[in-house]
Design a protein around this ligand. Sequence first.
Ligand SMILES: CC(C)(COP(=O)(O)OP(=O)(O)OC[C@H]1O[C@@H](n2cnc3c(N)ncnc32)[C@H](O)[C@@H]1OP(=O)(O)O)[C@@H](O)C(=O)NCCC(=O)NCCS
Length: 285
Amino acid sequence: MHPSATADESAVGGAGSIIGAESRIERGARLAPYALVDSHCVVGERAIVGSHAVVHHHVTLGAGVQLGAHVVVHPFTTVGAGTVVGDHAVLGKPPRLRVGSAAASAEPLAGLWVGEDATIGAHAVVNAAAVVGDRTIVGDQSFVRERARIGADTVVGRGSTVDCDVVVGEHVSIQTDVYVTAHSVVEDHVFLGPGVLTTNDDRMGRRVLDADGEPDPAGIVLDGATIRRGARVGGRAVLVPGVEVGADAFVAAGAVVTRDVAPGRRVIGVPARDAGAVPDEDLLD
Ligand SMILES: CC(C)(COP(=O)(O)OP(=O)(O)OC[C@H]1O[C@@H](n2cnc3c(N)ncnc32)[C@H](O)[C@@H]1OP(=O)(O)O)[C@@H](O)C(=O)NCCC(=O)NCCS
């Protein structure tokens, strides 16, 4: 333990654990063997840092947080009280982008913020500057990219990706292997079935070049999906760039949605065609 660090006398440091400068380990917290907590961190009351976990500098872990074995938490991440993080998860990862990537931001990325009583699954990766709401579950092996904002009480299923700059609401159910592409909006109470695929680039990577012949990020227009409150999208449906699925609409499994879907309508097929109204009893309120 660094001489400038402080640890409550009831805190436990396992064999080989390391505590960096100015860090504070609160009452009843426990560092498992070989856990590393770098400088300027707070490990809240009763929090557990798993064996071989690496908590980089300026991280705050709330009371009762549990980090599994081999978890890596990057600088300036905040994890709310009661959140549980599975083995090998990576939190607050800074992205490394190719030159000219449309995902680049002018501003430096802030730290990741995870709310209270959330669950981050084993092997999940949640990038810097993302926000994960209270009680939300980010499933095993799933991936949340930088600047994505996920509301409270939402589930991101196993192996799903929420891309950069996506906004996901509250009480959303994103099932297994879903891809929510960059710049999409998913409102409250939406249901995305397994394997739903959204897209955002009709030019499929053909870049606009600037005067020097370099890729011009300003010339790239990415147009994600907009899925309104309470809409449901069936398994393996595909949404082409920029479509809007209206509130309480229903997209059948396997549909390819090429036009906006009006609120409260059902669409089926390839390309998706109107197939009547959603029954009243299936409307949210
Ligand atoms: C749309 C859906 C609800 C079926 O609706 P339905 O009104 O009960 O449809 P029916 O089974 O009566 O079939 C009516 C016709 O539509 C066709 N059809 C049904 N579902 C279809 C689909 N998803 N895509 C294309 N055609 C479909 C049927 O083959 C049938 O055609 P036919 O009249 O030529 O024989 C179902 O296909 C579906 O998409 N469910 C969503 C499941 C899902 O993804 N859940 C996610 C969580 S697991």
